[in-house]
Design a protein around this ligand. Sequence first.
Ligand SMILES: [Zn+2]
Length: 312
Amino acid sequence: MLYGFDIGGTKIEIGVFDQNLNSLWTKRIKTPLDGYDSFLNSIVELVAEADHKFATVGQVGIGMPGFINNKRKIYSTNITAINQQPFANDLEKAIKRPIFINNDANCFAISEAFNDDFNAHQTILAVILGTGLGGGIVVNRQVLSGLNGCAGEIGHIRLPIDALNVLGQNMPILPCGCGLSGCAERYLSGSGFEWLYQYFYQQPLNAKQIIEQYYQGDSVAKQHVDRYFELLALYLGHLIMIVDAEVIVIGGGLSNFAAIYQEVPSRIAKYILPRMALPRLEKARFGDSGGTRGAALLCLKPLSIEQLYKRN
Ligand SMILES: [Zn+2]
């Protein structure tokens, strides 16, 4: 049995899955924010409840926002009680089993990568165009984490210099919450999409309103979307030169904007080397519900994931 935890700043969700990744049970609680011990205990209690319910000792995978380095040290911006604490070791001691932990974007990526339709592909890049811009890289069914757990932190890659050809030479290099400046997240996330509209047209519309106007044929919205798609294509071209993914899966709120899949692929070609094949550009299959699923998948060794693929 696999237990996947999706831990956020407001709620903790556990999903219990069988070895074929069928969902058997889920439960959601509020994230305790009154200290490290109550946070740790809430997870321990959920594990105990699942063990009891299914009369088993399940494997535990955990996905949470933040940076988890290769020594499993966590830096979280929204669950600060956990920082500087040996959370993974403490949890393992309390529940008497090893745990697998990774950040939520990487869990999203591995959940999307495990999909009947993508089984044949070895390299998958997930791009989350939500409030922020996140991502994850899955190679041969395994998440790439890196030294600092920052592999796939594609929102904090700075925009390539030719972005100025799309945005205009006077485009400000915006400071980012991460401490760097000019990060792709500031321009290409859902918030960036709205910020660019405000910047060019001095009108505070949200993404939903802009997209509605685009589909109604509004010329300003069309110009804005055209510029955004060109910037997105340029940026994805940049990422393709690093990971050369076979599939790029788009998640987050903007992934529902269907025109992305019709308009962006043909624009990417001019930003990659001639004769390179374009990757498939696909909408996320599992989206937000993939959090617990992806965390559960962290528990599986490459060999058992391979067997899962074959079975499906
Ligand atoms: Zn940044």
